[in-house]
Design a protein around this ligand. Structure first.
Ligand code: BT5
Length: 313
């Protein structure tokens, strides 16, 4: 399209068009510009720029506002600051790279540049703080659905926050909140998904326990499409959760679950429990049955699932 056509279409000067084209080129858009003929878009960069994510986004709220970083310490940390300042529900913080990505209990989350999706969604749910674990359950279902929609990988969920494929972690969720006794000020859902991470990009100590959609599916996945699918599913499931439809979410969680029916060891902060995982209850807690048939309720911890040879993985 010629510069003149673009400038007529947008009602701005040709100098302004030229400046914008230059800045798009700097952002990685491949644009061929030929004097007196015009500009041609040859390729779009593999970036999660807000415009790339929002084009094709089907939500009404989630992701309609995106705060984007090329590199940041942790999207959860940024989201917490923004949420404390009153930024609206549905705002999403996305980074191409995290230098201080966080897991639970101060653990580290490896987040190399441009190869994964590292994002945090800000929520202001009118629920009791006791119901907050439901948000993690709902998010795990949304992640599993989105992975199944955009790749050939069939994921499973390990309670409470891991998305796995054949025992290796594809994605993790870190839910944090600020609450009073009976109200939630805000909750943030941090979701890290190993989309196009190559084998070499994982540190040695993670090679046996982590994997990516690229590794398992054999082809690169369009990260913007994954984010669109994820946010679409999150918005749908969140609406369902607030509307009293948690039972249906739980039912879907159970279908993705790798934990229910398995013998597990749960390492909690204070104690370790062992037993058969029989269900999760309506609050999102894991129910174990010990050898005496007694039921134990677990609200937080790390689960190891016992493999066929009797070891735990
Ligand atoms: C989690 O913790 O799984 C939560 C991960 C949440 C990450 C997102 S990214 C966007 C947002 N911003 C943040 O700063 N965090 C969130 P946990 O269950 O504690 O698992 C952490 C453990 O997983 C580590 O100790 C490693 O063993 C392993 N790990 C680290 N990076 C990994 C990766 N990229 N893929 C798979 N496993 C990883």
């Amino acid at each position: 399209m010629s510069g003149e056509e673009i400038s007529n279409l947008l009602g701005v000067s040709r100098t302004a068009i030229w400046k914008h084209i230059q800045s798009l080129k700097e952002d990685g858009y491949e644009i061929q510009s030929v004097t007196r003929q015009g500009h041609r878009l040859l390729a779009v960069p593999d970036r999660l720029y807000p415009k790339e994510v929002q084009e094709g986004l089907t939500t009404t709220s989630f992701g309609q506002s995106i705060v984007y970083f090329d590199r940041v310490s942790s999207t959860n940390e940024v989201a917490k600051e923004l949420a404390a300042q009153g930024i609206p529900e549905g705002t999403v913080v996305i980074a191409e790279e995290q230098t201080g990505g966080k897991g639970r209990l101060g653990r580290q989350w490896v987040s190399p540049h441009g190869q994964g999706v590292w994002l945090t969604l800000i929520l202001r749910p009118q629920i009791s703080p006791m119901d907050a674990p439901k948000l993690t359950i709902m998010a795990a279902v949304a992640v599993a659905r989105a992975i199944a929609q955009v790749s050939s990988v069939t994921p499973g969920i390990k309670w409470p926050n891991d998305i796995l494929y054949q025992g290796r972690k594809l994605a993790g969720i870190l839910t944090e909140m600020s609450a009073e006794m009976d109200t939630v000020n805000y909750a943030i859902l941090g979701i890290g998904t190993n989309v196009n991470i190559s084998e070499e990009a994982f540190p040695e100590e993670l090679k046996n326990q982590a994997t990516s959609l690229l590794k398992e599916g054999g082809t690169k996945v369009n990260r913007a499409k994954y984010v669109q699918s994820l946010l679409g599913n999150l918005e749908e499931l969140y609406g369902q959760l607030l509307g009293g439809g948690f039972d249906a979410i739980l039912a879907e969680w159970r279908r993705f679950s790798l934990t229910i029916g398995a013998r597990v060891v749960v390492t909690g902060l204070k104690q370790t429990m062992e037993g058969l995982a029989v269900d999760i209850d309506e609050t999102g807690a894991l129910i174990l049955e010990d050898t005496t048939g007694q039921k134990l309720k677990v609200v937080a911890g790390d689960v190891s699932i016992r493999g066929a040879q009797g070891q735990y993985a």
